[in-house]
Design a protein. Sequence first.
Length: 362
Amino acid sequence: MQAPRRGLPTWAFVSLVAVAAVALGAIMGVVGGSLGFLLSRTSPDDLTGRGSAPPTASVGPRAPGSVADIAESALPGVVSIAVDAAAQSGSGSGFVLREDGYVVTNNHVVAGAADGAGSVDVVLADGRRLPATIIGRNVSYDIAVLSVAADGLPVLDVGDSDRVTVGDTVIAIGAPLGLDGTVTVGIVSALDRPVTTGEDEDASFISAIQTDAAINPGNSGGPLLDGAGRVIGVTSAIAALAEERGSIGLGFAIPVNAVQRIAREIIETGSSSTPIMGVTLDTRFEGRGALIDTVTSGGPAERAGLEPGDVVTTLQGRPVANADELVVAIRDNSPGDIITVVVERGGVVRELQVTLGSRPDE
């Protein structure tokens, strides 16, 4: 499925910009109703808090499963990422996916250095700074996989984002504003939150985990952990009031199940796929649902019987309010999945089965 046409304004339930620590003080606001969403960026030269805070006096071991216990176990597998590029220099976060040197982060953290436009370094928790290679990127999901020449790296356990429930305790780890090893705690505030960042070919559409754990510029690409210390998401975006620069308790993470699929494809093939339905959407539509503008000949939607003018109101039992929500709902699935969509056509409600196709995504 293609992203909604961007010729006219479109909206999601909450419209966000990606969090990337590039050029501190360069703030861009976009007004949406009473809210503006800010992009705050910090350059490597501005990273005044590099390094973890000095240890305090020992007060004995922490209880198993406590936040302190989880942080102690997870911190060695969390990394900082420094990007040096003409178009975009700065820093972000990431985590070790495999002990043989594969690291996951956000695409928007490293995009400025892609295709030889700059360099990327990974700073490990033990202080080693290693040059990294961008193995592959998926713009649609805002995921990138890096590789460093190292073995035996500490790996974070990966959980199941499909088992996450609203109210679960979560822990975010990263390097906000260059402050390595920062740990914050919150809960899962909502699930399946439609989040869109970027524009046109750089747009990402995410069915996000929402959390009130403090997330700030520089956290991008870092892990969101569950109460057992397992990765359930990759921190990607925040919402902020127009006059604010930091967290207001509205952070968003990419579910790890999608991240796992994409990372596996990138590691195995150098690229990854994004599910599509084979339609374009009319973002001028003001009714409830997503209005299909065109249907790709021979594509998944046409084979399923969808037609131009159909209004998609539900996908897999999930209400669809607008075009962005449909794209996000599609991307909560995988290529080849069979999904059920409910459409309105000429006043008649129809239920159709669509086998999702795929397109390569750098």
